[in-house]
Design a protein around this ligand. Structure first.
Ligand code: KG4
Ligand code: ZN
Length: 345
């Protein structure tokens, strides 16, 4: 019998039904992008209120599309960390309600570990351990050494902004629509990535597996409006805009790539698993594939809809259920941070 997974860590309300063989029977994602667009970022209060409105219809839709009756669910899984506390609590409450009514196990899972588990869903047995994991999303940019789906050792990651956050802020500086990642990718498609040489902090450091994006963002800001230029300096358009977007995107990609390369060299792993919204970016996907060929490493990249936030990756809960684990109704959220998160569980 399948499990129902619920995901409300940030601004996507999502539910999915996944069977024991890790087949995704349905996956429904209600995005809140239109709600946060005018603020150019996620407003936590708006996010939790929207989750309250959407969670029941999203769960109903996931069950309907899967053809699985509620009573036939074996367990309920819910992302309990990391994330926005108000958002997490909505998903947890819904999950507890259903588990209590059905009298079935309730299992919490880590959103970051789940992003990497999307590779297991998409690529099946190719996902072997130990492997290196890269999570690049709006809230996180981290490299891990995975001993199993639930055992993640953090090797390094961002010391300031996450990669997705950098894209979102860059898009705002350039007057492009939220969410910034896809807007930047579209603008970059017509641009010359060599037009501007943006900084790649820490990229040449072959010891640390950390990255930094805040200086890159500042560099872009000064290209758009040099220090001392008037406030009403017009935003770049046309080719100038495209060149800035393409050069910025290349700097993000090369910064990430340098550290993935280092992690592969240090761990000697033969498999690289990636996940998170930024890994939907074509330039990054192609660069990772090229790196894999060069290093003879099997690069596992989920399809785009499994890179951005979704509940199908909650299939990771099977790994705990198969060990007989059940958190029960005592389960609580752990909003946490990039560093404390992703111990798998
Ligand atoms: O994983 P995700 O959906 O949510 C978090 O857990 O944060 O990631 C969202 C982030 C946003 O910052 C968004 O701008 C970025 O992923 N993103 C992209 C692309 N699609 C989404 N960044 C670059 N290129 C894309 N195509
Ligand atoms: Zn995410």
């Amino acid at each position: 019998m399948p499990l129902l997974a619920i995901e409300t860590t940030c601004d996507e309300t999502a539910a999915a039904v996944i069977d024991r063989s890790r087949r995704v029977l349905s996956s429904v994602v209600a995005s809140q992008d239109e709600l946060h667009a005018r603020w150019r970022g996620v407003v936590p209060e708006l996010a939790s209120r929207a989750h309250v409105e959407r969670i029941v219809p999203v769960i109903d839709e996931a069950l309907a599309r899967s053809g699985v009756a509620r009573e036939s669910l074996e367990a309920v899984a819910v992302a309990v960390r990391p994330g926005l506390v108000g958002s997490l609590l909505v998903g947890l409450s819904a999950a507890k309600g259903i588990a209590a009514v059905l009298g079935c196990p309730l299992v919490g899972y880590d959103h970051i570990a789940a992003h990497l588990y999307a590779c297991r869903l998409a690529h099946g047995e190719r996902m072997t351990y130990p492997c290196v994991g890269l999570v690049a999303s709006g809230g996180h940019t981290s490299l891990f050494h995975l001993r199993s789906p639930l055992e993640l050792e953090r090797l390094g990651g961002t010391i300031d902004d996450a990669a997705g956050e950098a894209f979102d802020k860059a898009a705002a500086l350039l007057g492009l629509a939220y969410p910034g990642g896809p807007s930047m990718e579209r603008a970059a498609a017509r641009g010359n990535p060599a037009a501007h040489r943006f900084p790649r902090p820490l990229a040449t450091d072959r010891e640390r597996m950390d990255v930094s994006f805040s200086g890159l963002k500042t560099a872009l800001r000064y290209r758009v409006r040099p220090p001392g230029a008037p406030d009403d300096t017009p935003l770049p358009t046309g080719q100038a805009l495209a060149d800035l977007a393409a050069s910025f995107q290349l700097a993000v990609v090369e910064t990430i790539l340098a550290k993935v390369d280092l992690a592969l060299a240090k761990t000697k792993c033969r498999v690289l698993a990636v996940g998170g919204g930024v890994t939907a970016n074509t330039a990054l996907r192609e660069a990772l594939e090229r790196l894999g060929k060069k290093r003879r490493v099997d690069v596992l990249i989920p399809p785009r809809e499994l890179c951005t936030d979704n509940a199908a990756m909650g299939g990771i809960a099977w790994e705990r259920l198969e060990r007989g684990e059940d958190d029960g109704l005592e389960l609580d959220v752990r909003p946490g941070t990039d560093r404390s998160a992703a111990r798998g569980r």
